[in-house]
Write a protein that binds this ligand. Structure first.
Ligand code: SAM
Ligand code: SF4
Length: 321
């Protein structure tokens, strides 16, 4: 079992299989980065899988494939199948912008994927164009329909932003509710890569909007999930991710691996250690030692909120959010 210095069990690995993306979301990657990691620097799926096996053997129970946009990476279904075949009980999920989901959802479920989180910040084509800087909404919604049709469990992530999509919070919630998909509102996390003008809604502002229409109860937290849950009268639950809150990191159970092999203890900070050389040499023990060291050095909490609040210099498209 992997336990950090604050007695948190670390059993969740998020793997960013590429930092590249077909969107340019204002809060994540408004401009194409100065340079991409060259393709030859990416770990192959076979190499990533070597690390996945170590992580599972050390106690990881949940793996999420993310990016950048994970569906841009060829043969992703084969990587999913490798993980599934090694440990079919693993909680295997993916986060995607859904643009390329139509036509691939069946392959993903056949490979062993169980769940997918899809980012839907708006239901208006012109706002989707403004946020992603590309006309994406039609493909995204068709992708979601197909994922549901083939039987993937779909959750939606929405980042509410003032003067952009704050007026659509209820519409997006209703869209999800009608399809039996849960929704998580993610507070915008300030980072140096995002467009400077963005102002995210904090959870109290979001709740005030929702209270005008719905009655709901505060259900608190559920296991190690970072979502604060609320239950509406008809039983529908929604979640809010509140990284600015003091106790957000108390139950953090996750570490992140980039496509180059950097193992990152916290989404907020720049610190990382590489498993790349160990994996390339076939040094399983060496990679396992790096894993344990990264878990040991997991910081107690991020610095988005509180007195020492700062803007993070870590790119979301690199860590996978
Ligand atoms: N491309 C995929 C997608 O958009 O779903 C996966 C990668 S994306 C980095 C993962 C999640 O991070 C998305 O739900 C996105 O909305 C969220 N995200 C990106 N930048 C963010 C920011 N600055 N604050 C809050 N959430 C952010
Ligand atoms: Fe791409 Fe996802 Fe970042 Fe948007 S949030 S730019 S879709 S990685």
């Amino acid at each position: 079992m992997l336990i950090d210095s604050y007695d948190r069990v670390v059993d969740y690995l998020r793997i960013s299989v590429t930092e590249r993306c077909n969107f340019r979301c204002q809060y994540c990657m408004p401009e194409k980065p100065f340079s991409w990691v060259p393709k030859e620097n990416l770990l192959t799926f076979e190499e990533l899988f070597e690390f996945v096996k170590i992580a599972i053997d050390e106690g990881v129970k949940k793996i999420r494939i993310t990016g950048g946009e994970p569906l841009l990476r060829e043969d992703l279904d084969k990587f999913i199948k490798m993980i599934y075949d090694y440990e079919p009980t693993i909680d295997l999920a993916m986060t995607s912008n859904a643009y390329l989901l139509k036509g691939t959802a069946q392959k993903l479920i056949d490979a062993g994927l169980k769940r997918i989180n899809v980012s839907i910040d708006t239901l208006k084509p012109e706002i989707a164009l403004e946020i992603a800087q590309k006309d994406v909404l039609k493909n995204v919604l068709e992708g979601v329909d197909e994922a549901l049709k083939v039987g993937l469990k779909v959750k939606v992530n929405m980042v509410p932003m003032k003067s952009i999509n704050a007026d659509e919070i209820i519409d997006v919630l209703e869209y999800c509710k009608a399809r039996n998909m849960s929704i998580r509102f993610i507070e915008y996390m300030e980072n140096s890569f995002a467009k400077k003008e963005i102002k995210g809604l904090k959870s109290n502002e979001l709740l005030a909007i929702l209270k005008e229409k719905y009655e709901f109860e505060d259900e608190g937290f559920d296991g190690a999930s970072p979502s604060h849950y609320y239950k509406m009268k008809d039983g529908y639950r929604f979640g809010i991710i509140e990284p600015y809150e003091d106790d957000f990191c108390k139950k953090c159970n996750r570490i992140r691996l980039t496509a180059e092999g950097q193992l990152i203890p916290c989404l907020y900070f720049d610190e990382a250690m590489s498993i790349r050389e160990s994996i390339k040499r076939g040094d399983i023990k060496g990679a396992a030692l790096v894993l344990k060291e990264v878990v040991r050095t997991k910081p107690e909490k991020n610095r988005w909120g509180g007195e020492d609040a700062e803007v993070s210099k870590r790119a979301f498209y690199e860590t996978g959010g």
